[in-house]
Design a protein around this ligand. Sequence first.
Ligand SMILES: Cc1ncc(COP(=O)(O)O)c(C=O)c1O
Length: 421
Amino acid sequence: MQPIINNQISNLKESSTLYINQLALKLRNEGHDICHLGFGESPFPVPELMQAALRENVGRKQYISGCGLPDLRQAVEIFCKKNFGYNYSCENIIIGPGSKELIFQLLYLLEGPLMVPAPSWVSYGPQAKIRSKNFIPITTNIKNGYRLQAEELNKICSIQKSQQKILILNNPCNPTGSVYSSNELRALAEVCRKQGVIVISDEIYALINFGELPFQGIASFYPEGTITTGGVSKALSAGGWRLGYAMIPDELSEITRSLAAFVSETFSCVSAPIQYAVLAGFENFGSIRNYVELCNNIHKEAGKFLHQRFIEIHLNCPEPQGAFYLFPDFENFKALITSRGIKSSEELSKRLLEDIGVALLPGSDFYMPDEFLGVRVTSVDYDGAKLMHDFSITGKEKPLMYTSLFPRLAEACERLEKWLR
Ligand SMILES: Cc1ncc(COP(=O)(O)O)c(C=O)c1O
């Protein structure tokens, strides 16, 4: 029998980040020498305190309330108040199997078009498509580090007919490593308030912020209209544990009621041992703060190193301030690249993998025009556990040390430089 599949799903392709990771690992396993700048996973081990708590709680086998362990919801409330100044209350915090699933469920239940800055994370578009939602990437400018500006948002909002609109703002940003300033957030908040925009502030990288300024989220300027999502996948290196949270303002608590029902009819609850282990992490955050800081210092140096090398080889690229991504473009080499028969960022990434074994993602996956030769690069191709040790010994890095600390990143840049000659 020929199965008949929902059109919205049968047209989906596998998430390109997961695809490139599998392909790069397969090529590596087959003996190819691959520099893997394609996949955004923390290279560090989960903090020992959380691993110990997981071992202790492995016997917990009960279903937990769909919204999450009450103590964990409260710990998230306290953590976010202390670290980011937020005022979400635990009744409006929902624990889910990763923030990705919670973002999907929020997009599913909220009416209205979805706007995102371009470039933005690869999964927002497909998630909107599953729900047949109007998806609107908003053009941004490299001069602003690809951060969405209030005028750009206002212009797009003004031509939307729908009374309710949704904006996903990812801060710090995957794919650019940019972090919004408080002035930018304040200005965006004003537009959102005026235009009836519900913001989903995707703050999965909030703790990986290494620029000059402390991290601030848009909820500090637009508390009544911002749903903030986060989790333990990035700064606490526990992506495979699958635990994230969504925090909804009191003013939008009707969303909490709908989301709680949705959760109860879908994933039921996040694995109980994982919830207890993460609870230990939040309750004892003081003792893992050093871990987070050390990882951040390494992310900062890796980002700085790649950025310097990209500029040296004449790629355009905003300097990363957070997360572990960079978004360089090869527009300065357009003539050379076109003469090699390459006309899109997708063809460019394929050729870089085939010709020189450098895996990265095409800018078109991040909603940039096909012909724009931008790519998303991750800066985490190193042995995290070893580097935590080596880095602690050498301390703040000197440029000469970079090549020995990040040999795969250095190798990738050498190969790119030669390929561009
Ligand atoms: C921008 C962004 N948002 C959300 C996620 C999903 O995180 P989680 O592991 O909490 O589902 C990721 C993971 O790669 C991401 O890069």
